[in-house]
Ligand binder design. Structure first.
Ligand code: 3HC
Length: 692
């Protein structure tokens, strides 16, 4: 049973009981409807309260049903809401915590709503490429006004019941004791002589609705051409029409959006991110270690950002440096960063004081030896890591987790510097670490399962999305980006220019093309990696054009010139004649007749390079599932969310088609860089996808 029925002497409480978030699955919808019919048939029942168990009133429709016939199977949520709304006996929603999506729509269909002040309220369907499909676009404008409703629906943002207490959305907002308050409310209105209010009977109020909606539609159209936000505007506009007409418009739009690739991708991303922290051989009930105190070694850019991530979540941090100067610089930079945030109005002085009070600075390992977790963020050099880990092994209390923020080095080697390799793990944060959501958790051969459980749970606590990666060069993200960058270089050799490559990829939806990205990160860093590669593997081929660029001293934004020219105080990238001439000359030197390369080929070669390497990574077990790779790329590399990540995108294109293109590119320039991954080939032959 996913609903409970309890008669409390004239008032029936129907409780949603479908963990984890009381999703409105077919079974739950049927349960509510049956309970409503029972309450309506019982002459001893005068009123109904609908409540939820656990941590949510309801998180909305059961997203797992989307894309299956169950999603539209009767009783639909609309049918349930119609029954509630038409009930002659009053129905009161008791919202003690989360009411989102269909959960809020269910409440909007009730006659009265009682909520806890801090209950979280949202219609977040747009984030899944959808719109509220059970009357939300029609009832919310009637409850809180057209403009406020449109903002909530188009942004999908969460607010609190307290913030909306003054609107018709809530009849009563309480500090606590919601269920008792709702029951009392129900008893009070049970014998009300007048009909119980229905939001559908209200008119939408707005002085210049047409002009406002026109403006909103144009603004949204200008910021991108994703279908859902535009459909949200259209559906909210339909709330100005008679209620049932508006409802039909909403339903049509909902059904249309459900089958868009954008919605499939966003739904995939939702589940991929939640699945990422689940590691197949780490049972969900693995006991995590307690983390109350954190130490960070190294007050450089990474160390500071890592420290701030914990401070922001209210965890005490001790920052360790080798010199007083470096320590002072680190502390000053953290304070400055908080002050900058405060200037943007996103942090109060009290909050800054609170965070800084959690921060301790030290030059001595004695002051960190009691920490539960220590994260090393020193220079990326094995001998530097060795010194730190030998010291940590000597100093830290037994059971402390010893983490390295290395982005390139072998975590097993680092673990071997200690007598407790099971306590050692990689925590690869992305820069700026206090902002970027991705955390690659690098699992060494001996890393303890409880260490993984602890670190993935901790990631959620500090607002990061953790993905577990095995040990390999570059882990998941950087190993793949190397193949992507390699193709970008080959494209220049053959006929493209940086601005064309970047434009094509940005039109595809990437936040930034490869050349603008590397100009930000620093071309010298990639240069050093290529040099290392060439020594390790002399057969490793790549375009030399990036090396030529570095020989010209063009390291990127930090030197004012890279693939592009930059002007002081301006981050805009201006195409560079000097660079473009160099690229053309380089092709001539190679004897290549430059050709016109289509944007489609550019996107395919860059994205399929990610996909092919991703397939190898899954096959080798470095990632435990393809969706983890999508999570890495969505959260750390600016891959467009509405495309769901490289592996999901490949599934959408069809792996047969991806494999066919890869075979074609393998016959072209530098074709040896394309070795079709066996897993990709196998799935393509079977007609399956990575995420099947
Ligand atoms: N359907 C199915 N499963 C859901 C779900 C939903 N609506 N919402 C959350 N879950 C699942 C998650 O997948 C996760 O499952 P797992 O434990 O197996 O990984 C579990 O619930 C817990 O989720 P979170 O880790 O996100 O838990 P939090 O406590 O951090 O957050 C939440 C809870 C705020 C409810 C958050 O889960 C959330 O934002 N959920 C999505 C809400 C949403 O988008 N609702 C709209 C659905 S579409 C709709 O309602 C259409 C309607 O208009 C017709």
């Amino acid at each position: 049973m996913t609903t409970q029925y309890q008669d409390r002497g004239g008032v029936v409480v129907i409780t949603l009981d479908n963990p984890p978030v009381n999703g409105l699955s077919h079974r739950t919808r049927t349960g509510i409807l049956d309970a409503m019919v029972r309450a309506l048939d019982d002459d001893g029942v005068n009123a109904v309260v609908i409540a939820g168990t656990g941590n949510a009133f309801s998180g909305g429709a059961d997203i797992r049903e989307f894309g299956t016939p169950m999603a539209f199977q009767e009783p639909t949520l609309q049918t349930v809401i119609d029954t509630i709304e038409a009930s002659p006996k009053p129905v009161v929603a008791a919202i003690h915590s989360v009411a989102m999506g269909g959960g809020l729509e269910l409440a909007l269909g009730c006659h009265y709503r009682v909520a806890a002040k801090d209950a979280l309220i949202a219609l977040p369907e747009v984030k899944l490429g959808l719109l509220p499909g059970a009357g939300g676009t029609q009832r919310l404008p009637r409850a809180i006004g057209l403009e406020a409703a449109l903002n909530m629906i188009v942004s999908g943002k969460t607010t609190t019941a307290g913030a909306l207490a003054h609107t018709r959305l809530f009849d009563q907002v309480v500090e606590d004791g919601v269920l008792e308050a709702a029951e009392k409310y129900a008893r009070n209105v049970a014998h009300s002589p007048s009909a119980h209010p229905r939001l559908r009977d209200l008119a939408v109020q707005h002085e210049s609705a047409e002009a406002y909606l026109g403006y909103a539609g144009a603004t949204i159209a200008a910021t991108g051409n994703l279908p859902a936000p535009l459909k949200c505007v259209e559906a909210v506009a339909a709330s100005l029409r008679p209620f049932d007409q508006g409802l039909l418009a909403e339903r049509d739009a909902f059904q249309y959006l459900m089958s868009t690739p954008e919605s499939r991708a966003l739904r995939h991303a939702f589940f991929a991110e939640r699945a990422a922290s689940k590691v197949p051989d780490v049972p969900f009930d693995t006991l995590a270690r307690k983390i109350a105190k954190v130490a960070v070694i190294g007050g450089g850019l990474m160390g500071r950002g890592i420290g701030m991530s914990f401070l922001n979540a209210g965890l005490p941090v001790t920052l360790l440096e080798t010199t007083a100067d470096a320590l002072a610089r680190g502390l000053e930079a953290i304070r400055r960063s908080y002050e900058d945030t405060a200037k943007k109005g996103k942090l109060s002085q009290d909050q800054i004081a609170e965070r800084m009070s959690l921060l301790t600075a030290t030059l001595s390992y004695d002051d960190i030896k009691g920490a539960d977790l220590v994260i090393e963020a020193v220079f990326e050099d094995m001998s530097a890591k060795e010194a730190v880990f030998r010291k940590l092994d000597e100093m830290m209390r037994p059971g402390a987790i010893l983490a390295s923020n290395t982005s390139t080095l072998d975590v097993d080697t680092i673990a071997s510097f200690t007598k407790r390799p099971h306590d050692v793990v990689g925590m690869h944060f992305f820069s700026p670490a206090n902002v970027m959501k991705l955390l690659e958790v690098v699992r060494g051969k001996k890393t303890g399962r409880d260490v993984l459980a602890t670190v993935t749970a901790l990631a959620k606590r500090i607002g990061k999305t953790a993905v577990v990666s095995g040990v390999c060069d570059g882990f998941i993200g950087n190993r793949m980006i190397e193949q992507y960058s390699r193709q970008a270089g080959f494209l220049l050799d053959e006929g493209a220019l940086p601005e064309q490559v970047d434009r094509a990829v940005e039109r595809f939806g990437f936040a930034m093309g490869p050349f603008r990205m590397i100009d930000m990160a620093g071309n010298d860093i990639a240069w050093a990696i290529r040099k290392r590669r060439a020594v390790e593997n002399p057969a490793f081929n790549y375009s030399k054009v990036g090396d030529l660029l570095c020989e010209m001293g063009r390291f990127g934004q930090k030197t004012g010139k890279g693939w592009y020219d930059y002007k002081p105080g301006d981050r805009k990238a201006y195409p560079s004649k000097e660079v473009n001439d160099m690229i053309v000359r380089h092709s001539e030197d190679l004897g290549i007749a430059r050709r016109r390369i289509s944007d489609e080929e550019i996107v395919e070669r860059l994205v399929y390079a990610l996909v092919n390497e991703g397939a190898l990574i899954v096959e080798e077990g470095i990632a435990s599932k393809a969706s983890d790779i999508d999570t890495v790329y969505l959260n750390g590399y600016g891959f467009p969310r509405f495309r769901g990540g490289p592996m999901h995108y490949a599934d959408e294109v069809g792996l047969y088609n991806v494999a066919r293109s890869i075979r074609k590119y393998a016959r072209g320039y530098q074709g040896q860089a394309w070795q079709l991954a066996p897993l990709l080939k196998k799935l393509a032959d079977l007609g399956q996808g990575f995420n099947d």
